[in-house]
Design a protein around this ligand. Structure first.
Ligand code: MG
Length: 163
C-alpha cells in the first residue's frame, strides 16, 4: 500500500457564539466563565472541531452530516457522545489516531491552567494516551468577534494511520 493511503491528515474548525446562561465547555470540561457557547447541541466548540478533523481525515463525512442540527435527536446533544460515536466510525473505517493537535481562541478564561484537564478529557474520550493529544489557548488580540468576547473558535488537526 502506498504511504498516501497509510497516513491521512484531517482539519476541523468551529466557532460558537458566547452567551450568558450557558456552560463554557471545552473538550468535555466545564470551565469557569461568565458566558458559554450557544448552540443546538451543548456547544462544545473544541469537540466539534475535533470531530470534523477525525471524520475528514477518514474521509467519511462531517459533523453536520452525521448529526444534522435539523434533527431534534441532537438538540442539546452531549458532544462527548458525538465524539465517541464519530471516532467509532473512524475506527470502523480502519484507522487509528496517531496524534491530535488543537488551538482554541477566546479572550477569557486563560486556558493554560485547564490544559492538562482538557487534554486528559479528550484522550479519555478517544481512549488514547494523553501524549497523543495537545491543546493550545490563544487570544484574538481584541480583534473581531472572538476578540470582543462574543465568540470562541477552535481548530483541530489530526493524523490517522491505517491499521
Ligand atoms: Mg459546533
Amino acid at each position: 500500500m502506498s504511504l498516501g493511503a497509510m497516513i491521512r491528515i484531517g482539519l476541523g474548525r468551529d466557532l460558537h457564539r458566547l452567551v450568558c446562561g450557558r456552560a463554557f465547555l471545552l473538550g468535555g470540561v466545564v470551565l469557569p466563565a461568565d458566558k458559554g457557547e450557544d448552540g443546538h447541541s451543548d456547544g462544545d466548540v473544541l469537540i466539534h472541531a475535533v470531530i470534523d478533523a477525525l471524520l475528514g481525515a477518514a474521509g467519511i463525512g462531517d459533523i453536520g452530516q452525521l448529526f444534522p442540527p435539523s434533527d431534534p435527536a441532537w438538540k442539546d446533544a452531549c458532544s462527548k457522545e458525538l465524539l465517541r460515536r464519530s471516532f467509532e466510525q473512524v475506527k470502523k473505517a480502519g484507522y487509528a489516531l496517531v496524534n491530535l493537535d488543537c488551538v482554541v481562541s477566546c479572550e477569557a478564561p486563560k486556558l493554560l491552567p485547564y490544559r492538562h484537564t482538557i487534554r486528559a478529557s479528550l484522550a479519555s474520550l478517544l481512549d488514547v494516551d494523553i501524549e497523543m493529544v495537545f491543546v493550545k489557548g490563544k487570544t484574538n488580540e481584541g480583534c473581531d468577534s472572538v476578540g470582543a468576547g462574543e465568540a470562541v473558535e477552535a481548530l483541530a488537526v489530526c493524523l490517522l494511520e491505517r491499521v
